[in-house]
Write a protein that binds this ligand. Structure first.
Ligand SMILES: Nc1ncnc2c1ncn2[C@@H]1O[C@H](COP(=O)(O)OP(=O)(O)O)[C@@H](O)[C@H]1O
Ligand SMILES: [Mg+2]
Length: 258
C-alpha cells in the first residue's frame, strides 16, 4: 500500500503514437469517494488517458496505481475484478438481452465463484445466478429503473440506455467508477437528471469517480477537483471554480487571450 485513501493515481503517464505525445507526463490522483473531472479541448488526450486507466491502452511510460497497487501491466479484466468499472462514450449494452440480463452478466462476474464452479457444480452455479439476479434487481431498484427490467436493451432510447449502463457498472460494486462523457446524447433535462443521479450514487455508494466530460454543466456541480488537459499535458488543476477562472484554461477552451 502506498498513499492511504488514494483510489486511483497516475504518475507521469505518457503515451506516444509515432512522433505524437498524445499523453505527455500526466499525474493525477482520485481519493476514495472523490469525484474528479478530466476536461480539455478536442484532441487533448482525455480518451487516451482514460484508456490507460482501464488498461485498454498500454502506457509508454509512467505508472497507474489502483488502491495503491501498481496495475500498469495488469490486464483490463483484472482491473475490473479489482474494483474498476466504466461506462462508454458510445453506449455498449448487449443487444438481444433484456435490461436485467445485461446487469446479471456484470453481477455474475462479480459474484461467481469462478468458471470451474460454474461448469461443474450446478448448485454453486445456481447460487451464483441467484446472487447475480439479487444484485441486479437491487441496483435497478436503487436507480428507480425496475420497470425496465424486462425490456430488450437495444430498444431503449439513449437517455435510458445511459442509465442502464450506469446500473451495469454499479453491479460490479466498483471502488472507482470511470465515466466517459456520460451526458453525450442527452438533452438538457436528461442531463440535469443524470447529474442528480450521479450525486446520489456518490452520496450513497461512496465510490470514487473519474469523469471525462465536455459539458461544464455536468463537471462543475459534481466534481471536487478538476484536471484540465491540453496537448497531452496537464494545463491546470484545482477546484471547479479555480479552473473556471484560470486565464490559460479560458484561452485553451474559449480562444480568449490570457
Ligand atoms: N490509436 C491512435 N493512434 C494515433 N494517434 C492517436 C490514437 N488515439 C488517439 N490519437 C491521437 O492522440 C491525441 C489525443 O486523442 P484523444 O485522447 O482521443 O483526445 P480527446 O481529449 O479529444 O479525448 C489526438 O491527437 C489523437 O488524434
Ligand atoms: Mg475523447
Amino acid at each position: 500500500m502506498t498513499l492511504r485513501g488514494t483510489a486511483l493515481e497516475l504518475r507521469d503517464v505518457g503515451v506516444r503514437f509515432g512522433s505524437l505525445d498524445a499523453v505527455d507526463g500526466v499525474s493525477l490522483s482520485v481519493h476514495a469517494g472523490e469525484v474528479v473531472g478530466l476536461i480539455g479541448p478536442n484532441g487533448a488526450g482525455k480518451t487516451v488517458t482514460f484508456n490507460v486507466v482501464t488498461g485498454l491502452q498500454p502506457a509508454t511510460r509512467g505508472t497507474v496505481l489502483l488502491g495503491g497497487r501498481d496495475v500498469t501491466r495488469v490486464p483490463a479484466h483484472e482491473r475490473t475484478a479489482m474494483g474498476l468499472a466504466r461506462t462508454f462514450q458510445v453506449v455498449q449494452l448487449f443487444a438481444g438481452m433484456t435490461v436485467l440480463e445485461n446487469l446479471m452478466v456484470a453481477a455474475h462476474r462479480f459474484t461467481s465463484a469462478g468458471v470451474v464452479t460454474d461448469a461443474l457444480r450446478l448448485p454453486g452455479r445456481k447460487r451464483a445466478l441467484d446472487a447475480a439476479r439479487e444484485r441486479a434487481t437491487a441496483v435497478l431498484a436503487f436507480l428507480e429503473l425496475s420497470h425496465l427490467a424486462d425490456v430488450e436493451a437495444s430498444l431503449l432510447p439513449v437517455g435510458q440506455a445511459r442509465l442502464v449502463e450506469l446500473a451495469r457498472a454499479l453491479c460490479l460494486k466498483p471502488t472507482v467508477l470511470l465515466l466517459d462523457e456520460p451526458a453525450s446524447g442527452l438533452d438538457p433535462a436528461e442531463t440535469a437528471d443524470f447529474v442528480g443521479l450521479l450525486a446520489e450514487v456518490r452520496a450513497t455508494l461512496g465510490c470514487a469517480m473519474l469523469l471525462v466530460e465536455h459539458d461544464m454543466g455536468v463537471v462543475m456541480p459534481l466534481c471536487d477537483h478538476v484536471v484540465v488537459m491540453n496537448f497531452g499535458k496537464v494545463l491546470a488543476a484545482g477546484t471547479p471554480e479555480q479552473v473556471r477562472l484560470d486565464p490559460e484554461v479560458r484561452t485553451a477552451y474559449l480562444g480568449v487571450p490570457a
